[in-house]
Design a protein around this ligand. Structure first.
Ligand code: ASP
Length: 339
């Protein structure tokens, strides 16, 4: 335990030195991370970098890969400035924050998930407990909240009856859902390849700001927002969930890697496939991150400008993914400031 902490502290300098100024375009097919540099941690958006570093610290301190996923994702979940993950995220059309999360363990092919969860500080921990403490994969809404409370997870007051009543009245006058833009949704999807060759991942989001109450996106859906296959690799999604979940996006990325595609090429190919079928074409607003069993990683967006974070024992950085379309979603993409 102590050795792990010392190792991380000595790594601290190089992590700090790799600021967001190190943003660079990912090489076509980033080289594999050598086994000695594992774990490899890949996550969505610049706000994934401090999450990756927390995940690495947890693992170097002797934690499991699942501890890494959980503690890494705790970082954006706790960040009040993050408008798309955790209770600081954008609320639904009734003014209530509803959270989605899932976790997947390569060993044993286990999964847990929560959706439309209100008032719980760490939905990723609720998802992990669903996986570890119940015979189920997914709990939603009030049932998920009661389960999380019963498990002793931290909560915030959740007296939302008045908010929903006001929304019901407003809706009777005018039914409209706030259109999704690149500014009102994002997700942390975080993937880890361990030094032992095992793979785990997790996903957490407040989803589409202004969504209909009860709307669930891709993020807590195994195979859509996240998928892990311990023999092959893992993939996670961010972007408009409606355009990911109809295509089982993350599952498809992993299946293409199984057929031999490099993680980055697999992400690009899934976006091309979705865009070909989808009436919105390249306007689908989706991005993927992926890593494989060989320690290779990559990402791609339907638009240029999607950034993702990559961390291992030697380095921690934010890279710019190639976009399939020409539209640029800007340096940050979502509604947060780069950290
Ligand atoms: N995928 C998330 C959702 O649709 C949002 C995002 O990642 O931008 O809820």
């Amino acid at each position: 335990m102590k050795t792990g902490r010392r190792q991380f502290l000595s790594l601290g300098t190089s992590l700090v030195a790799c600021g967001t100024s190190s943003i660079s375009r990912a090489a076509e097919g980033a080289p594999a991370v050598p086994g000695t540099d594992l774990p490899l941690i890949v996550s969505t958006w610049p706000f994934g970098r401090p999450a990756n570093e927390a995940a690495l610290a947890a693992i170097l301190a002797g934690g499991s890969l699942l501890d890494g996923v959980e503690q890494g994702i705790h970082v954006p979940e706790l960040d009040a400035g993050n408008k798309s993950v955790g209770l600081g995220g954008l609320p639904n059309d009734a003014g209530v924050v509803q959270l989605d999360a899932c976790i997947m363990s390569g060993p044993g092919h286990r999964a847990g998930s929560v959706a439309a969860l209100e008032g719980i500080v760490h939905p990723i921990s609720a998802a992990r407990r669903v996986m570890e403490k119940t015979p189920h994969v997914m709990l939603v809404g009030e049932g998920a909240r009661m389960f999380a409370l019963e498990q002793g997870l931290a909560s915030r007051p959740n007296d939302t009856a008045a908010a929903y009543e006001a929304w019901r009245k407003k809706r009777a006058e005018k039914a409209a859902v706030k259109p999704a833009t690149e500014k009102n949704h994002d997700t942390i999807a975080l993937l880890i390849l361990g030094a032992d060759g095992n793979i785990c991942g997790g996903c957490s989001t407040s989803g589409w700001g202004g969504k209909l109450p009860g709307r669930v996106g891709d993020s807590p859906i195994i195979g859509s927002g996240l998928y892990v296959d311990n023999e092959v690799g893992a993939a996670g999604a961010t972007g408009l969930g409606e355009n990911v979940m109809r295509y089982c996006g993350s599952f498809l990325v992993v299946e293409l890697m199984r057929q031999g595609l490099h993680p980055q090429e697999a992400c690009l190919e899934v976006i091309r496939r979705i865009a070909k079928k989808d009436p919105k074409g390249m306007g689908i607003s989706v991005s993927f991150v992926a890593l494989d069993k060989q320690g290779r990683y990559g990402a791609a967006g339907s638009a240029a400008g999607f950034q993702y974070a990559v961390t291992n024992r030697k380095t921690s950085t934010v890279l710019k993914a190639p976009g399939v379309g020409n539209r640029d979603i800007g340096p940050v993409g979502g509604n947060q400031s780069p950290k």
